[in-house]
Design a protein around this ligand. Structure first.
Ligand code: SF4
Ligand code: SF4
Length: 124
């Protein structure tokens, strides 16, 4: 059951989670050319080993420990995490399209500062 990055990462993407992930399953990294193109980062669901190191590293509490733990307002982003692949333009575009649809569908959440957004997930 992989960990899931959700909407507080949008435009935050500081890569603190990348620095602590022991299996390098969070992409894109800052040194990858795709970094400038994405609005958030994604966890590869088959490569994540469920160690939990990324959760306390995230300054905006964007990461949930499982699909089941992901609030209903964020479940669309489970698929974005699952399909994103660095270097595959089509899959990158699909993941980013899901994120843009999420932004359009949840203006009330996106209007909240990223550091406070996770606290609002349960009620949106
Ligand atoms: S839970 Fe561990 S392996 Fe999975 S993304 Fe986070 S740091 Fe990486
Ligand atoms: S630490 Fe949090 S905000 Fe930063 S890139 Fe990772 S998930 Fe996104």
């Amino acid at each position: 059951m992989p960990f899931i990055i959700t909407d507080p990462c949008i435009e935050t993407k500081d890569t603190a989670c990348v620095d602590v992930c022991p299996v390098d399953c969070i992409h894109p990294r800052k040194d990858e050319p795709e970094f400038a193109q994405v609005t958030m980062l994604y966890i590869h669901p088959e490569e994540c080993i469920d160690c939990g190191a990324c959760v306390p590293a995230c300054p905006v509490a964007a990461i949930y420990e499982s699909i089941d733990a992901t609030p209903s307002s964020q479940t669309d982003l489970i698929e974005a995490n699952a399909i994103y692949r660095n270097g595959d333009a089509a899959l990158m575009a699909q993941a980013e399209a899901i994120v843009q649809a999420h932004v359009a569908a949840h203006p009330e959440l996106i209007a909240i500062p990223a550091a406070e957004r996770q606290a609002a997930h349960a009620s949106h």
